[in-house]
Design a protein around this ligand. Structure first.
Ligand code: PEP
Ligand code: MN
Length: 372
């Protein structure tokens, strides 16, 4: 089937999200066709499946290879779904181009490697094939932006990025920490690039998929990429995080889609008034922080005069304890205030260090002048 010229990846702008679903890995012709059949006549328009699987450790199932692409062709022809798979090198790209695969994705391990991304960029140059770029496994937005720039400079315009979470040495609730601030920052620095969420690889467990998908919708992501398998418990890879096609459809049906703007004049004027109020409060907050820092400077002068160390551990422990208690009394998150005061304290140490060193330099110059 010839590849369509229609742009696949667009900003949602309050409209319907783009939905991609399909198995983590292509395993057999039957598994592919049954899964696609289960997903057809839903709002899923793009069918995903990994043909070459990058596994964390060798010896696990590493994908079916080329024959999987033929099964993808069957999915295109039988169910009218467009298909997308992961590529990591020139040979993968060439095979996909030859077999009319509709779009490619660059996986998280590959987007962390500029050599590989450049190799893929060179292989797709001039073809116009749509490309999804997953975030690198490590939380480095510069590396992610670099991967996008390499693909853009190969002349690709039909691109989107996929947020799939970040690996971490500590085990949290999710398989990959979402660190939502990173995709939010990505939207700010590259507002024209559509951003999808992969709730499956973030969650690592199907029980969190609905929650993570809804969060992505609430943050105005442009679409979702969900792993779906006809028999998830028998899947050869990522079996805990895959959903049956039926469960995938029900997740999609239950998503609450919110608008980004409204033309209701009363609502808009109420929002404007409240935002003005927030602006004033933020300004007060900043003035108070500024006053707090000037007191810090005065404290630094006393410490210098009396040869006292900057870090006073007991005082710092007391601050953390009392601010946490106060946060609880105010019905606010103690964790939030821990984070805020840690930042404020770091800044305070920085200011004090600066002042103490400045006075040192000053005194050194004065005494060396005397010597002269
Ligand atoms: C996948 O989508 O199956 C995959 C391997 O994802 P990631 O590169 O995000 O780990
Ligand atoms: Mn997977």
């Amino acid at each position: 089937m010839a590849r369509s010229n229609k742009i696949l990846f667009k900003r949602r702008n309050g409209g319907k999200p783009l939905l991609i679903a399909g198995p983590c890995s292509a395993e057999s012709e039957v598994q592919m066709l049954e899964t696609a059949k289960g997903l057809q006549s839903s709002s899923v328009t793009l069918f995903r499946a990994g043909i070459w699987k990058p596994r964390t450790r060798p010896g696990n199932f590493e994908g079916v290879g080329l024959k999987g692409l033929h099964w993808m062709n069957e999915v295109q022809n039988k169910y009218g779904l467009r298909v997308v798979t992961e590529v990591a090198n020139t040979a993968h790209v060439e095979a996909c181009l030859e077999l009319g695969i509709d779009a490619l994705w660059i996986g998280a391990r590959t987007s962390a490697n500029p050599f590989s991304v450049q190799e893929i960029a060179n292989a797709i140059r001039g073809t116009g094939i749509p490309v999804l770029i997953k975030n690198p496994v490590n939380p480095d937005i510069g590396l992610w932006i670099g991967a996008i720039e390499r693909i853009l400079s190969a002349g690709s315009t039909d691109i989107a990025v996929v947020h799939r979470g970040f690996s971490s040495h500590t085990k949290g609730k999710f398989r990959n920490a979402p660190l939502w601030e990173i995709p939010i920052e990505m939207k700010r620095v590259m507002p024209e690039v559509p951003i999808l969420c992969d709730p499956s690889h973030i969650s690592g467990n199907r029980k969190y998929l609905a929650e993570v998908s809804q969060k992505a919708m609430d943050l105005s992501f442009d679409g979702l990429m969900i792993e779906s398998h006809i028999h998830p418990e028998e899947a050869l890879s990522d079996s805990e995080q895959q959903l049956t096609p039926k469960a995938t459809k029900s997740l999609i049906k239950n998503l609450v889609l919110r608008k980004t703007v409204t033309d209701n004049v009363i609502v808009n004027s109420a929002l404007k008034e409240l935002r003005n109020y927030i602006d004033e409060l933020d300004d007060e907050l900043m003035q108070i922080v500024s006053q707090r820092m000037s007191i810090v400077a005065q404290i630094a002068a006393y410490k210098k005069e009396n040869n006292l160390s900057i870090l006073q551990e007991k005082r710092w422990a007391q601050i953390l304890f009392s601010r946490q208690k106060r946060a609880e009394e105010l019905g606010l998150s103690a964790e939030l205030f821990m984070k805020i005061f840690e930042q404020v304290h770091q800044e305070s140490i920085l200011i004090q260090t600066g002042i103490l060193n400045e006075q040192n330099t000053h005194k050194t110059i004065m005494s060396s002048e005397k010597v002269l």
